[in-house]
Design a protein around this ligand. Structure first.
Ligand code: PGA
Length: 250
């Protein structure tokens, strides 16, 4: 049995005051969440606050990015060891915003995935197609290529107990959610692609859906057999909305 996982991707949002308020709200409601694992991914600068507030609670936390390098002269970068220093368990890699705005390609994302795992972090590998790619019928090709970058570098074992987030780019922040059937189809494809190489990795792999997931569509999405939770952007910035999704998953 795969434990459902709901991760909040705060992106570049928040202030000290709003982060404190959001964490208070999530802590307050976490007892009613049930069986889902709950994770928040703040901007780096708020990791200290998150660690201070969430240590000893059932809520885990992570970062939104990491460097491939261990330490040294890499201005502006943050190393995996630093994330561990602040108690991170997870780290998002290959989010479509990093791929499209910061030029992260499959090879770089695969290296970030490998470094995170080697350091004992759980990388959340984001994959997903653009609207144009969906309309031209290459969704599986794109998602397959994004997955294979990791599998080719690290072997399929890298996905044992791993986390992939399927985030169709056209659904991120747009209010347009993939239908449960559309999402399930791609999730099943992802799992079957892994199963072709390792059934145990495929069974252990948690595949999250991301892209305008909200309290009112979460239950139906997460009810699908291959949807094991969600990666939540906008709706993770309000405690009530986020908790409602966590309850739906739990
Ligand atoms: P959204 O973002 O929920 O605001 O669509 C999801 C994500 O980008 O991870």
């Amino acid at each position: 049995m795969r434990q459902p996982l709901v991760a909040g991707n705060w992106k570049m949002n928040g202030s000290r005051a709003s982060v404190r308020e959001l964490l208070d709200g999530i802590k307050h409601g976490i007892a009613e969440v049930g069986g889902a694992e709950v994770v928040v991914c703040p901007p780096f600068v708020y990791l200290q606050e998150v660690q201070d507030q969430l240590a000893g609670t059932a809520i885990a936390w992570g970062a939104q990015n990491l460097s491939t390098e261990g330490s040294g002269a890499f201005t502006g970068e943050v190393a995996a060891s630093m994330l561990l220093d602040f108690g991170c368990k997870y780290v998002i890699v290959g989010h479509s915003e990093r791929r499209s705005y910061y030029g992260e390609d499959d090879a770089l994302v695969a290296r970030k995935y490998a470094v995170a795992r080697a350091m004992g972090l759980v990388p959340i590998l984001c994959v997903g197609e653009t609207l144009e790619e969906r309309e031209t019928g290459v969704t599986e090709e794109v998602v397959g290529r994004q997955m294979d970058a990791v599998i080719d570098l690290e072997g399929v074992e890298a996905l044992q107990d791993g986390v992939i987030a399927y985030e169709p780019v056209w659904a991120i922040g747009t209010g347009v959610t993939a239908s449960p059937e559309q999402a399930q189809e791609v999730h099943a494809y992802i799992r079957s692609r892994v199963a072709g190489k390792s059934t145990s990795a495929a069974e252990s792999l948690r595949i999250l859906y991301g892209g305008s997931m909200k309290a009112d569509n979460a239950r139906e999405l997460i009810g699908k057999p291959d949807i094991d939770g969600g990666l939540i952007g906008g709706a993770s910035l309000k405690a009530d909305d986020f908790l409602a999704i966590c309850r739906a998953a739990g």
